[in-house]
Design a protein around this ligand. Structure first.
Ligand code: CP
Length: 324
């Protein structure tokens, strides 16, 4: 597949540094790959001969599995490293683990880590491409890209649409990546959370802020509901679960006051009965499982683009090796 304009990044670490053109390129490339995964033979040879490693220091279902499927659909070889069964348990650092994986001639490392900045640090030490699959509270770029892809697919555009992100904004890498991506594409973003779960100065990212769920729902084309990340509550900022559901939980009654065709999104995993009622999660407005499916096409696009951008560096490395 030929890309319409040049993608020059060896890594994908976040959406903050990406231009609108780069975001458009990823979404357009994902559109072509969505066609591929709808075929009977869902495979193309784009990454034949490449090796992709999933290096996850935190649990994951959707991201890890969809990266694995995406890489396999592109004909790459895929290795999954469960850090709890690896030498990480013996104290090996992230950089040492990365360097050793690279010594095994790996082309792309997909990393999820509980520390913000971990993916960027790894990328600085690697010739291999690094894709951030979620780093601490910082960014989860492929989640936001698949959210944007789903919105564009459903609404036909991103420019001018109204998206409300509801939940634990303070601890959410998904919220941060969505805000960077959606605002660059011209969408109007509102964030809604209890005051203690709204990061200070988030308005500077170009979003409207509210603590009223009714305000967040009013006029929204889509609502992206975040998981309450109770495991990250180190400072007692979280309301009790029942209290949260009563004030912010997305229920059928609340949705009745919103646009009839409002899209209900969630990056997963869902805490049913805490941030969202089951009949909303499984209801007619929900596109949650379509988001998951779209993750494959989006991750195929990202793998393809970073691999292509890193090719010249790899070739010159090989040339130097031959000369020696
Ligand atoms: N949305 C998301 O990152 O889900 P996983 O934690 O299952 O990968």
């Amino acid at each position: 597949m030929k890309t319409k304009s040049a993608w020059t990044r060896k890594d994908l670490l976040g959406l903050e540094p990406l231009s609108r053109e780069e975001l458009e390129l990823v979404l357009a490339t994902a559109e072509s790959f969505k066609e591929v995964i709808g075929r009977t033979v869902k495979k193309v040879p784009a990454l034949r001969g490449k090796t992709v490693v999933n290096l996850f220091y935190e649990p994951s279902t959707r991201t890890r599995v969809s990266f694995e499927i995406a890489a396999k659909r592109l004909s790459a070889d895929v290795i999954n490293i469960a850090t709890e069964e690896s030498s990480v348990r013996k104290g090996e650092t992230l950089i040492d683990t990365g360097r050793n994986i690279e010594a095994l001639k790996v082309d792309i490392i997909i990393v999820r880590h509980n520390c913000s900045g971990a993916a960027a640090m790894l990328a600085r030490h690697m010739r291999a491409s690094v894709i951030n699959a979620g780093d601490g509270w910082h960014e989860h770029p492929t989640q936001a890209l698949l959210d944007m892809f789903t919105l564009k697919e459903k609404l036909g555009r991103l420019e001018g649409i109204r998206v409300s992100i509801v939940g634990d904004i303070a601890h959410s890498r998904v919220a941060r990546s969505n805000i960077w991506g959606l605002t660059k594409m011209g969408a109007h973003v509102t964030v809604c959370a209890p005051p203690l779960l709204i990061p200070s100065q988030v308005e500077r990212m170009g979003v409207r802020v509210t603590s009223s769920i009714d305000e967040a729902l009013d006029g929204a084309d889509a609502i992206n509901v975040l998981r309450m990340q109770f495991e990250r509550d180190t400072d007692g900022a979280f309301p009790r679960q029942l209290e949260y559901f009563k004030t912010y939980g997305i229920t059928v009654e609340r949705l009745e006051k919103a646009k009839k065709d409002i899209l209900v999104m969630h990056p997963g995993p869902i805490n049913r009965g805490i941030e969202m009622a089951s009949d909303v999660a499984d209801g007619a407005n929900s596109v949650i499982l379509e988001q998951v499916t779209n993750g494959i096409a989006v991750r195929m696009a990202v793998l393809f683009l970073v691999a292509q951008a890193n090719e010249p560096a790899k070739k010159s490395e090989k040339k130097n090796e031959t000369k020696r």
